[in-house]
Write a protein that binds this ligand. Structure first.
Ligand code: DCT
Ligand code: MG
Length: 869
């Protein structure tokens, strides 16, 4: 069932009409247990369902079954006793197959199916509806098709919009009108005597729709017209019931874990349906109980020729100590290929390399970027990555759930044993080369997980985000990381000795002040000196005495102004910066550049994060930060560094999401936003706004947008609570849409448990319902911030993708070397400045269309520092 790789296919089964059909089309006596109980509906229902699953390989199946009434023991009111008795068996088997069941009042099953199609719809998702209810035809669209069966053994018919028109003479939208005119025996809708399906369809085509027919019913000549006039009430009543409506869906149960062979055998023990039994066993993944079994294992090169060009293939690669590819495993379902590169023939290596480089062969990998980078270093290319199970898992649970392969297997492949997943993880992470079987098992887990996660992403509306943003970014980030940033080692070294000097001077000065030498790096000595020798007021108590962390010392200094503390703080700062510089120095590669890793799977908001080393946390506004940035330079052959950063992106997103007319007008006025807001807040002309006023207006805008209370705002601005309250009231008076939007975000997050960005990226906030008010409060502020910051992350990611594509199309040599949240950094080749600036202007401002324009600032200089404001 999880084999398809045609995106996500969802099969929705309207089980009520299907059961009725299965029960009534064969004699009750034709299939019975040894004890004589009828199982004709079990046979008919499951045969048709398995036919549909086999023929269409959906990644997800949902079956709507009639709900049992509370009073009876699992009985459904209104069903014949012989059918009622078969329902529990059907439920058991569906559950054993890992199929989700949704229960509905039998009369509302069609409506529930209609609602499910709405919920499951998403980019790239193909939905098929299986059922016998005539009204299902009205659900058909290009993406939603209807599957009809004429009973077990007969071929399934798939109806799209064209075939609906062909078959019924009307479009899907008019089908409910058609049923109203013709009636339907199964739905107990009476027909109009003398009006058949042909006539009704002709009228609908002629008049447009049922309302138009009824409005001009006197114009219809002949016996049909007369009969229709005599049965208008029937038709109107029919129409009430012939259209499906959407209803609230019950929360869906987790997909049940698939049962083992043994459990299936047990269900079928006394059922006497041997064919169905063996068919279900055949369809089971061959592994239940015997995890990792591959029935066919071949040489990867030959295997890929056969399997690698038609379907998505799970890939697990193993790299040697120098990043060279040492072995590769490829798998789908229970067949796999393995190649040890050390002993492979040149032909085999070439054919695997060609397959990896081919953008049209589809691959599923777990954490593809390191593989892309490692292969690239050895002259191999990897294209066509169509699933990355780490990225998919991240989108489904950003910032919490583990994205490790073994954990994912345990979470999403319940039919595989958890131990197998753990063993896999340990073996892959271990120091020794994993045995071939482990690599093969990994490839196979990745293939299976890829499909399951695709379906989950489709269900949660994130498939497009996954494909067009996160997966599309893989090669772009791979390039940025591989290119790296050139640094001036000498300058960094100089900086390092400066910081060392500063720290030493602070130590000396502190010692002189005390009259004896002191080690400022020792928390213990500091505690003794501060709280005993100098008798300063106690700071926050900790396990080891009183706190000497940076915040505690800072506030102590603010209170006492003691010169000793000044030296301690200087020492702290210099030591910290020396640490930053040390990390950078150690990270310089043999090519004189620093290659950071931009991970896509860490933050809760969707931002990228830079690690090994972190290049996103170099202080922006401090002198020391500027000096560190001065050592980031263009490499030989390049002229300058160019920086392009989105201007006020968060407030633009706020304007778009809230639709606040005043905020939109502010952006459209062409005036700088923060100046505009400051002019109003401080009642001065925009031209007279001081830098300080602008800074305060900005702090008010962002503070309030992210849920600061008046008290919090007062703290930030260093003003009284009353004044802050006035600013807050005035701001929300002016921008009422922002306040309403913030309220709705919090409310929606509390209802659904998550927030969403512009592109549907979710952040789950379970703490919203925490009984602990501090946690609930923090979660609420996170809920306000997440859509804005996450949307900014969405936009910069789209921009990186578009900029990379535009650079590739151009003949420019300039290249993207880093992303720092809202800012992109480039190394500019001689003579390319203007052309690059134009390219960035276009690509970055059109990455997405909002209700306010996007704007960027472009600056350049001979070092990264020189691009700053
Ligand atoms: N930020 C914040 N609170 C502030 C200032 C900034 O939360 N008081 C956050 C949100 C925006 C982000 O940091 C980037 O800051 P700036 O570039 O200063 O914001 P801006 O709106 O782009 O303003 P400017 O036009 O001055 O660059
Ligand atoms: Mg800015």
């Amino acid at each position: 069932m999880s084999e398809t790789s045609e995106g996500a296919g969802v099969l929705i089964v309207e089980g009520v009409s299907l059961l009725d059909r299965a029960f009534n089309s064969v004699a009750v006596t034709s299939f019975a247990t040894r004890a004589g109980e009828p199982v004709n509906a079990v046979h008919g229902f499951l045969t048709v369902l398995l036919d549909a699953i086999d023929a269409r390989s959906p990644t997800r199946v949902v079956v709507v079954l009639p709900e049992c009434d509370d009073a009876g023991a699992g009985q459904v009111t209104g069903l014949p006793a012989e059918l009622n008795a078969q329902l529990p068996v059907i439920r058991n088997i569906l559950t054993a197959l890992g199929i989700t069941i949704v229960e509905a009042d039998a009369a509302a099953a069609g409506d529930v199916v209609a609602s499910l199609t709405v919920r499951e719809t998403g980019p790239g998702v193909r939905i098929r509806v299986l059922g016998a209810d005539a009204r299902l035809a009205q659900l058909v669209t290009d993406e939603i098709n209807l599957l009809r069966s004429n009973g077990p053994g007969s071929a399934l018919v798939e109806l799209g919009p064209a075939r609906i028109r062909e078959r019924y003479g009307v479009t899907p939208e008019r089908h409910a009108d058609l049923v109203a005119l013709c009636g339907d025996p199964a739905l107990q809708l009476p027909s109009v005597p003398g009006v058949g399906a042909k006539t009704a369809a002709r009228w609908l085509r002629e008049f447009g729709d049922l309302d138009a027919i009824l409005a001009r019913v006197d114009d219809i000549a002949g016996r049909g017209g007369a009969s229709l006039r005599a049965h208008l009430d029937t038709v109107r009543a029919n129409r009430e019931r012939s259209a499906l409506t959407t209803v609230d869906l019950p929360a869906e149960h987790q997909r049940p874990p698939r049962a083992s062979r043994g459990e299936i055998d047990e269900i079928f023990t006394d059922l006497g349906l041997p064919q169905l039994h063996s068919r279900i066993l055949d369809g089971l993944p061959d592994t239940s109980g015997d995890d990792g079994q591959i029935t066919e294992l071949r040489d990867a090169a030959g295997w890929l020729t056969e399997h690698g060009y038609s379907r998505r293939v799970g890939v697990a690669a193993e790299f040697g100590p120098h990043g060279d590819l040492t072995a590769i495993a490829v798998a789908v379902h229970n067949t796999a290929g393995y190649l040890d590169l050390a002993t492979a023939t040149e032909t085999d290596r070439a054919s695997v390399a060609a397959w990896l480089a081919n953008p049209d062969t589809r691959k599923a990998l777990h954490d593809a970027k390191p593989a892309i980078r490692a292969l690239r270093r050895h002259g191999w290319a990897l294209h066509g990555v169509d699933a990355d199970t780490a990225l998919a898992a991240y989108l489904l649970a950003p910032g919490d759930g583990s994205c490790r392969l073994g954990d994912l297997a345990a979470r999403y492949l319940p039919h595989r044993s958890a131990e197998a997943g753990a063993a896999l993880e340990n073996s892959l992470l271990g120091a020794h080369r994993p045995p071939a079987e482990t690599l093969v098992a990994a490839a196979r887990h990745v293939a299976e997980l890829g499909d399951v996660l695709d379906a989950e992403l489709a269900r949660t509306g994130m498939l497009q985000l996954y494909r067009t943003v996160e997966l599309a970014l893989l090669p772009v980030l791979g390039d940025v990381e591989a290119i790296g940033v050139a640094v001036d080692r000498d300058k960094l070294q100089e900086l390092r000795s400066d910081f060392t000097g500063t720290a030493a001077r602070a130590t000396t000065a502190a010692g002189e002040l005390l009259g004896e030498p002191v080690n400022l790096g020792s928390a213990k000595q500091l505690q003794t000196t501060l709280f005993q020798t100098l008798e300063m007021p106690a700071t926050r108590a900790t396990r080891t005495g009183h706190s000497t962390d940076a915040a505690a010392l800072k506030s102590l200094y603010d209170r006492t102004g003691h010169p000793f503390l000044r030296h301690v703080l200087d020492h702290r700062e210099a030591t910290k910066l020396r640490g930053v510089v040390d990390t950078l120095l150690k990270a310089i590669d043999s090519d004189g550049r620093i290659h950071t890793t931009l991970t896509q799977t860490v933050t809760a908001t969707g931002r990228l994060s830079s690690i090994n080393p972190n290049l996103q946390n170099i202080p922006v506004r401090s002198t020391a930060g500027r000096r560190i940035r001065e050592s980031f330079t263009p490499a030989t052959g390049f002229d300058t560094i160019m920086s392009a950063d989105y201007s006020q992106i968060e407030m633009r997103i706020m304007a778009h999401l809230s639709g606040d007319p005043a905020l939109i007008a502010a952006f459209e006025s062409g005036e700088d936003l923060h100046r505009y807001v400051a002019a109003e807040a401080f009642a001065v002309a925009p031209a007279d706004v001081t830098n300080e006023q602008r800074r305060r207006a900005k702090a008010i805008s962002y503070g309030l947008a992210y849920g600061l209370t008046a008290r919090g705002l007062a703290g930030q601005l260093g003003i009284g609570v009353n004044e802050a309250r006035q600013h807050r009231a005035a701001y929300f008076h002016r921008f009422g849409g922002v306040r309403d939007y913030l309220q709705s975000v919090a409310e929606q997050a509390r209802t659904t448990g998550y927030t969403e960005t512009l592109l549907g990226r979710r952040r789950y906030l379970p703490d919203l319902s925490s009984a602990n008010p501090t946690r609930a409060d923090a979660a609420e502020r996170a809920a306000l911030n997440a859509p804005i910051q996450g949307s900014a992350a969405d936009i910069i990611k789209l921009a990186m993708r578009d900029v990379a594509a535009a650079l590739n199309r151009s003949d420019l040599r300039s290249r993207m070397i880093l992303q720092i949240h809202d800012e992109l950094l480039f190394e500019v080749a001689p003579g390319e400045h203007d052309q690059l600036a134009r390219l960035l202007q276009t690509a970055m401002t059109t990455a997405i269309t909002l209700s306010v324009p996007l704007d960027i600032d472009i600056r350049h200089g001979t070092t990264w520092a020189a691009t700053a404001h």
